[in-house]
Write a protein that binds this ligand. Structure first.
Ligand SMILES: C[S@@+](CC[C@H](N)C(=O)[O-])C[C@H]1O[C@@H](n2cnc3c(N)ncnc32)[C@H](O)[C@@H]1O
Length: 234
Protein backbone atom coordinates (compact mmCIF):
# COMPACT_ATOMS: atom_id res chain seq x y z
CA UNK A 1 0.00 0.00 0.00
CA UNK A 2 1.37 3.43 -0.97
CA UNK A 3 1.12 6.35 1.43
CA UNK A 4 -1.82 8.38 0.10
CA UNK A 5 -1.89 12.15 -0.30
CA UNK A 6 -3.28 13.97 2.72
CA UNK A 7 -6.51 14.57 0.75
CA UNK A 8 -7.00 10.79 0.60
CA UNK A 9 -5.79 10.08 4.10
CA UNK A 10 -9.20 9.09 5.37
CA UNK A 11 -9.20 6.21 2.84
CA UNK A 12 -6.01 4.97 4.46
CA UNK A 13 -7.76 5.09 7.84
CA UNK A 14 -10.73 3.18 6.41
CA UNK A 15 -8.34 0.45 5.26
CA UNK A 16 -6.65 0.07 8.67
CA UNK A 17 -9.89 0.51 10.67
CA UNK A 18 -10.28 -3.16 11.76
CA UNK A 19 -6.87 -3.24 13.49
CA UNK A 20 -6.66 0.46 14.45
CA UNK A 21 -7.47 0.06 18.17
CA UNK A 22 -5.22 -2.99 18.60
CA UNK A 23 -2.22 -1.25 17.01
CA UNK A 24 -2.80 1.80 19.24
CA UNK A 25 -2.81 -0.33 22.39
CA UNK A 26 0.29 -2.30 21.36
CA UNK A 27 2.44 0.55 20.03
CA UNK A 28 1.74 2.85 23.00
CA UNK A 29 1.85 0.05 25.62
CA UNK A 30 -1.75 1.00 26.51
CA UNK A 31 -0.79 4.63 27.21
CA UNK A 32 -3.12 5.99 24.49
CA UNK A 33 -6.14 5.40 26.75
CA UNK A 34 -4.35 7.08 29.67
CA UNK A 35 -3.62 10.12 27.44
CA UNK A 36 -7.29 10.38 26.42
CA UNK A 37 -8.29 10.27 30.11
CA UNK A 38 -5.84 13.12 30.81
CA UNK A 39 -7.62 15.20 28.15
CA UNK A 40 -10.96 14.42 29.85
CA UNK A 41 -9.58 16.02 33.04
CA UNK A 42 -9.10 19.28 31.12
CA UNK A 43 -12.80 19.58 30.27
CA UNK A 44 -14.46 22.67 31.81
CA UNK A 45 -15.36 21.78 35.41
CA UNK A 46 -18.87 23.18 35.62
CA UNK A 47 -22.15 23.32 33.73
CA UNK A 48 -23.68 20.96 31.21
CA UNK A 49 -21.60 20.43 28.08
CA UNK A 50 -22.35 19.95 24.41
CA UNK A 51 -19.21 18.46 22.85
CA UNK A 52 -17.90 17.85 19.32
CA UNK A 53 -15.14 15.25 18.93
CA UNK A 54 -13.54 15.89 15.53
CA UNK A 55 -11.61 13.16 13.69
CA UNK A 56 -13.21 10.81 16.19
CA UNK A 57 -11.96 7.66 14.42
CA UNK A 58 -13.19 4.59 16.28
CA UNK A 59 -14.58 6.80 19.06
CA UNK A 60 -12.17 6.06 21.92
CA UNK A 61 -12.11 9.69 23.07
CA UNK A 62 -15.92 9.85 22.93
CA UNK A 63 -16.07 6.81 25.24
CA UNK A 64 -13.46 8.29 27.60
CA UNK A 65 -15.34 11.61 27.80
CA UNK A 66 -18.79 10.02 28.26
CA UNK A 67 -17.47 7.72 30.99
CA UNK A 68 -15.38 10.40 32.69
CA UNK A 69 -17.67 13.44 32.55
CA UNK A 70 -21.36 12.95 33.43
CA UNK A 71 -22.05 16.65 32.72
CA UNK A 72 -21.89 15.98 28.97
CA UNK A 73 -25.49 16.14 27.75
CA UNK A 74 -24.81 15.90 24.00
CA UNK A 75 -21.87 14.50 22.08
CA UNK A 76 -21.18 14.41 18.34
CA UNK A 77 -18.34 12.27 16.93
CA UNK A 78 -17.33 13.34 13.41
CA UNK A 79 -14.86 11.75 10.99
CA UNK A 80 -14.28 11.53 7.24
CA UNK A 81 -13.62 7.78 7.30
CA UNK A 82 -16.91 5.84 7.19
CA UNK A 83 -15.37 2.54 8.32
CA UNK A 84 -13.89 4.18 11.42
CA UNK A 85 -17.27 5.76 12.27
CA UNK A 86 -19.03 2.41 11.76
CA UNK A 87 -16.68 0.84 14.36
CA UNK A 88 -17.27 3.77 16.73
CA UNK A 89 -21.04 3.28 16.48
CA UNK A 90 -20.70 -0.42 17.23
CA UNK A 91 -18.36 0.28 20.17
CA UNK A 92 -20.97 2.25 22.15
CA UNK A 93 -23.98 0.00 21.44
CA UNK A 94 -25.61 -0.88 24.77
CA UNK A 95 -23.54 1.63 26.77
CA UNK A 96 -25.62 3.73 29.23
CA UNK A 97 -24.63 6.98 27.48
CA UNK A 98 -25.35 5.77 23.92
CA UNK A 99 -28.51 7.88 23.48
CA UNK A 100 -26.52 11.09 24.10
CA UNK A 101 -24.07 10.39 21.24
CA UNK A 102 -24.58 11.12 17.53
CA UNK A 103 -22.12 10.16 14.78
CA UNK A 104 -21.51 12.04 11.58
CA UNK A 105 -19.36 11.44 8.50
CA UNK A 106 -17.90 14.84 7.62
CA UNK A 107 -14.82 17.03 7.43
CA UNK A 108 -13.14 19.13 10.09
CA UNK A 109 -12.48 21.62 7.28
CA UNK A 110 -16.17 22.23 6.58
CA UNK A 111 -18.06 21.42 9.78
CA UNK A 112 -21.76 20.77 9.18
CA UNK A 113 -22.83 22.82 12.22
CA UNK A 114 -24.08 26.36 12.80
CA UNK A 115 -21.87 28.98 14.47
CA UNK A 116 -21.61 28.87 18.30
CA UNK A 117 -23.11 25.36 18.64
CA UNK A 118 -20.69 23.67 21.10
CA UNK A 119 -19.23 24.24 24.58
CA UNK A 120 -16.20 22.08 23.79
CA UNK A 121 -14.43 20.84 20.64
CA UNK A 122 -11.88 18.03 20.99
CA UNK A 123 -9.57 16.35 18.49
CA UNK A 124 -7.19 13.52 19.42
CA UNK A 125 -4.37 12.48 17.08
CA UNK A 126 -6.34 14.12 14.25
CA UNK A 127 -5.14 17.68 13.69
CA UNK A 128 -1.85 16.33 12.23
CA UNK A 129 -3.87 14.63 9.48
CA UNK A 130 -5.97 17.51 8.18
CA UNK A 131 -4.89 19.16 4.94
CA UNK A 132 -5.26 22.74 6.21
CA UNK A 133 -4.59 23.15 9.94
CA UNK A 134 -5.49 26.86 10.09
CA UNK A 135 -8.80 26.24 8.31
CA UNK A 136 -9.63 23.48 10.81
CA UNK A 137 -8.76 25.78 13.74
CA UNK A 138 -10.98 28.52 12.25
CA UNK A 139 -13.81 26.00 11.93
CA UNK A 140 -13.36 24.91 15.58
CA UNK A 141 -13.49 28.56 16.65
CA UNK A 142 -16.61 29.17 14.55
CA UNK A 143 -18.65 26.29 16.00
CA UNK A 144 -17.59 27.00 19.62
CA UNK A 145 -19.67 29.29 21.81
CA UNK A 146 -17.75 32.38 23.00
CA UNK A 147 -15.78 31.16 26.04
CA UNK A 148 -15.97 27.56 24.80
CA UNK A 149 -12.91 25.30 25.06
CA UNK A 150 -10.77 23.67 22.36
CA UNK A 151 -8.75 20.64 23.53
CA UNK A 152 -6.25 19.00 21.20
CA UNK A 153 -4.33 15.82 21.99
CA UNK A 154 -1.44 15.22 19.61
CA UNK A 155 1.77 13.27 19.26
CA UNK A 156 4.99 15.29 19.58
CA UNK A 157 8.73 14.92 20.08
CA UNK A 158 10.27 15.25 23.57
CA UNK A 159 12.34 18.40 24.27
CA UNK A 160 14.98 16.39 26.16
CA UNK A 161 17.68 15.35 23.65
CA UNK A 162 18.17 11.81 24.97
CA UNK A 163 14.44 11.08 25.16
CA UNK A 164 14.02 12.64 21.73
CA UNK A 165 16.67 10.39 20.15
CA UNK A 166 15.21 7.28 21.79
CA UNK A 167 11.70 8.24 20.70
CA UNK A 168 12.83 8.98 17.14
CA UNK A 169 14.46 5.55 16.96
CA UNK A 170 11.19 3.98 18.14
CA UNK A 171 9.10 6.03 15.66
CA UNK A 172 11.38 5.37 12.69
CA UNK A 173 12.43 1.76 13.17
CA UNK A 174 10.12 -0.08 15.55
CA UNK A 175 6.67 1.46 15.18
CA UNK A 176 6.34 1.01 11.35
CA UNK A 177 7.36 -2.65 11.70
CA UNK A 178 5.00 -3.44 14.56
CA UNK A 179 2.12 -1.36 13.09
CA UNK A 180 2.74 -2.86 9.65
CA UNK A 181 2.93 -6.39 11.00
CA UNK A 182 -0.41 -6.15 12.85
CA UNK A 183 -2.32 -4.08 10.26
CA UNK A 184 -0.70 -5.35 7.05
CA UNK A 185 -0.15 -1.67 6.07
CA UNK A 186 3.42 -0.68 6.91
CA UNK A 187 3.19 2.58 4.94
CA UNK A 188 0.33 3.78 7.17
CA UNK A 189 2.66 3.60 10.16
CA UNK A 190 5.58 5.07 8.20
CA UNK A 191 3.23 7.98 7.46
CA UNK A 192 2.67 8.32 11.21
CA UNK A 193 6.34 8.87 12.03
CA UNK A 194 6.86 11.23 9.06
CA UNK A 195 3.96 13.47 10.12
CA UNK A 196 4.99 13.50 13.79
CA UNK A 197 8.48 14.65 12.78
CA UNK A 198 7.29 17.45 10.51
CA UNK A 199 4.14 18.77 12.20
CA UNK A 200 4.48 22.11 14.07
CA UNK A 201 4.47 21.53 17.80
CA UNK A 202 4.83 23.43 21.08
CA UNK A 203 4.98 27.21 20.70
CA UNK A 204 4.65 27.02 16.86
CA UNK A 205 1.31 25.27 17.22
CA UNK A 206 0.18 27.64 20.00
CA UNK A 207 0.92 30.48 17.56
CA UNK A 208 -1.44 28.90 14.99
CA UNK A 209 -4.16 28.61 17.66
CA UNK A 210 -3.78 32.27 18.63
CA UNK A 211 -3.92 33.17 14.90
CA UNK A 212 -7.35 31.49 14.72
CA UNK A 213 -8.53 33.69 17.60
CA UNK A 214 -8.03 31.38 20.60
CA UNK A 215 -7.10 32.92 23.95
CA UNK A 216 -5.46 31.50 27.09
CA UNK A 217 -3.57 29.03 24.87
CA UNK A 218 -1.60 26.45 26.86
CA UNK A 219 0.41 23.35 26.06
CA UNK A 220 1.04 20.48 28.51
CA UNK A 221 3.44 17.62 27.79
CA UNK A 222 2.58 14.05 28.82
CA UNK A 223 4.88 11.04 29.23
CA UNK A 224 8.10 12.98 28.71
CA UNK A 225 6.56 15.02 25.89
CA UNK A 226 5.77 12.21 23.41
CA UNK A 227 2.20 13.52 23.53
CA UNK A 228 0.89 17.02 24.24
CA UNK A 229 -2.47 18.57 25.14
CA UNK A 230 -3.19 22.02 23.72
CA UNK A 231 -5.96 24.05 25.30
CA UNK A 232 -7.51 27.32 24.16
CA UNK A 233 -10.59 29.42 24.84
CA UNK A 234 -12.78 30.72 21.99
C1 LIG B 1 -5.11 8.83 14.04
S1 LIG B 1 -6.84 8.84 13.80
C2 LIG B 1 -7.42 9.44 15.38
C3 LIG B 1 -8.73 8.82 15.78
C4 LIG B 1 -9.20 9.10 17.21
N1 LIG B 1 -9.42 10.51 17.46
C5 LIG B 1 -8.30 8.51 18.26
O1 LIG B 1 -8.04 9.16 19.27
O2 LIG B 1 -7.88 7.35 18.08
C6 LIG B 1 -7.06 10.24 12.75
C7 LIG B 1 -8.47 10.37 12.18
O3 LIG B 1 -8.57 11.64 11.51
C8 LIG B 1 -9.53 11.48 10.48
N2 LIG B 1 -9.46 12.62 9.56
C9 LIG B 1 -8.44 12.99 8.74
N3 LIG B 1 -8.74 14.14 8.10
C10 LIG B 1 -9.97 14.51 8.56
C11 LIG B 1 -10.82 15.63 8.28
N4 LIG B 1 -10.47 16.59 7.41
N5 LIG B 1 -12.01 15.71 8.92
C12 LIG B 1 -12.39 14.73 9.79
N6 LIG B 1 -11.63 13.66 10.09
C13 LIG B 1 -10.43 13.55 9.48
C14 LIG B 1 -9.15 10.13 9.87
O4 LIG B 1 -10.19 9.59 9.08
C15 LIG B 1 -8.86 9.32 11.15
O5 LIG B 1 -9.98 8.60 11.59
Amino acid sequence: MHTPSREKIFQMFDSIAPTYDLVNRVMTFGLDQYWRKKLVRSLPNEGSLKVLDCATGTGDLVVAMMEGCPRITEMVGLDLAEEMVALAKKKIEGKPFASKVAWQVGSALDLPFADTTFDVVTIAFGIRNVTDVSLALNEFKRVLKPGGRLLILEAALPQNNILRSLHLFYLRHILPRVGGWISGAKSAYRYLNETIETFPSGESFCHLMRGAGFKEVEVTGLTGGVVVVYSGVA
